[in-house]
Design a protein around this ligand. Structure first.
Ligand SMILES: *[C@@H]1O[C@H](CO)[C@@H](O)[C@H](O)[C@H]1NC(C)=O
Ligand SMILES: *[C@@H]1O[C@H](CO)[C@@H](O)[C@H](O)[C@H]1NC(C)=O
Ligand SMILES: *[C@@H]1O[C@H](CO)[C@@H](O)[C@H](O)[C@H]1NC(C)=O
Ligand SMILES: *[C@@H]1O[C@H](CO)[C@@H](O)[C@H](O)[C@H]1NC(C)=O
Ligand SMILES: *[C@@H]1O[C@H](CO)[C@@H](O)[C@H](O)[C@H]1NC(C)=O
Ligand SMILES: *[C@@H]1O[C@H](CO)[C@@H](O)[C@H](O)[C@H]1NC(C)=O
Ligand SMILES: *[C@@H]1O[C@H](CO)[C@@H](O)[C@H](O)[C@H]1NC(C)=O
Ligand SMILES: CC(=O)N[C@H]1CO[C@H](CO)[C@@H](O)[C@@H]1O
Length: 314
């Protein structure tokens, strides 16, 4: 731990973790069949309708070590990484609105006791911190000419309380591709302002945490690479376009949601309907996740290696 950490140690305490509200770090006893059946910490229904979940997601066992932030080097990890991928069959058919031919998507949704809605009522109150770690899957690379929405909290109005975006934001008409900053992970607020961005470099676990104050509607981001402790990287930013109360509570998604490019042959109204229209190559692409959990920040924020910030983001 270098001088950077020493400089902030005054704000840190080594303590047991703050109250853990949801643990989405895949245990080693979780199986492919559990994924198919949405047993355990994930609801896996957001995927192509023709294949089982295990076609789009793989529990990696010891093949890809999870983020070292919550898994000490040289010790058996507490979790296994998860590969989440899309291919041309990744056409989700929601309860209404018809097949989403515009998107290709596979997402896991946080749940507890088989009920994601009940969990949201626990996670989306007070001040809570959404943790997740992402590493590139260089066998199944993304196409940075497209927009990807990869982590978000989605209330029933379809907006995102916060979101992590990669690639070139969808525009109609299509702009120069790839867009500037396409290869960076971007933390967006509800109004789609970029609060923070960091290059999505290969062979690196990118650890992010987003503190959401559900009453005052603010966001605050933390980031680190690999085993370095998380550091606050944004101000406490107002997020006042987010709905208040129950209307602002939503499912915690992580995975790969790939937007299309405008198809010049579609009608103007179709060209803006990204869920149902547009161009997709149908390629197989993916990301790898670990370190997914949610904690209350009432006793501070877990920064890794047992370090806890004494205060919330400020
Ligand atoms: C995995 O093991 C833990 C601890 O024994 C248990 O609580 C949990 O239910 C198991 N999970 C699955 C998916 O079998
Ligand atoms: C999970 O899906 C895979 C791929 O379709 C299949 O081989 C396996 O039998 C499924 N398991 C269950 C329990 O559905
Ligand atoms: C999903 O898994 C079940 C159980 O093994 C199997 O019967 C079914 O054929 C699989 N579906 C697909 C689309 O592979
Ligand atoms: C991908 O799927 C779409 C929709 O089912 C289909 O129209 C298209 O031909 C497929 N593309 C490839 C490359 O298979
Ligand atoms: C899930 O939780 C919600 C909210 O607490 C509740 O209304 C619903 O009945 C629960 N669903 C099931 C299947 O238990
Ligand atoms: C990436 O997407 C662009 C825009 O749709 C497309 O022209 C290009 O062929 C894609 N590249 C790959 C490798 O699929
Ligand atoms: C939230 O807003 C209330 C009322 O304006 C204020 O008293 C409180 O300090 C705020 N809390 C935070 C964490 O900013
Ligand atoms: C950083 C920031 O202030 N983001 C936005 C939060 O939401 C309000 C209300 O929509 C916007 O005005 C802010 O720009």
């Amino acid at each position: 731990m270098g001088p950077l950490l020493a400089g902030v140690l005054g704000f840190l305490a080594v303590a047991s973790a703050t109250p853990l509200l949801y643990d989405g770090r895949a245990p080693f006893n979780l199986t492919e069949n559990d994924l198919n059946d949405s047993l355990g910490p994930y609801l896996t229904v957001v995927k192509g309708s023709t294949e089982n979940a295990s076609h789009y997601s793989t529990l990696l066992g010891l093949a890809v070590p999870p983020t070292p932030l919550w898994n000490a080097y040289g010790v058996e990890p507490i979790e296994q990484s998860i590969s989440i991928s899309i291919d041309n069959t990744s056409i989700f058919v929601p309860g209404s609105g018809g097949p989403q031919y515009g998107f290709r998507r596979t997402e896991f949704i946080a749940q507890a006791n088989g009920n994601h809605t009940a969990l949201n009522e626990v996670l989306d109150v007070g001040t809570t911190v959404f943790h997740f770690s992402i590493i590139r899957n260089d066998i199944l690379p993304l196409n940075y000419s497209h927009e990807y929405q990869i982590v978000f909290i989605e209330p029933s109005d379809g907006t995102h309380i916060f979101g992590i975006q990669l690639g070139s934001p969808f525009t109609d008409p299509t702009g120069p591709l790839p867009a500037a900053n396409a290869h960076s992970l971007k933390l967006l607020d509800h109004a789609l302002n970029v609060l923070y961005s960091v290059p999505f470099t290969p062979l690196t676990w990118h650890n992010l945490a987003v503190q959401v104050d559900w009453s005052n509607r603010t966001l605050c981001g933390l980031y680190s690479a690999d085993g370095a402790p998380l550091q606050q990287v944004t101000e406490v930013a107002p997020n006042l376009s987010a709905p208040t109360g129950a209307a602002g509570q939503g499912d915690y998604h992580f995975g790969v949601l790939k937007l299309p490019l405008v198809n010049p042959n579609d009608r103007p109204t179709e060209q803006t309907d990204v869920a149902h229209y547009g161009l997709q190559e149908g390629s197989m692409e993916g990301l790898i996740y670990s370190g997914v959990f949610v904690e209350s920040s009432s006793d501070g924020i877990s920064l890794g290696h047992g370090l806890v910030s004494k205060s919330q983001c400020h």
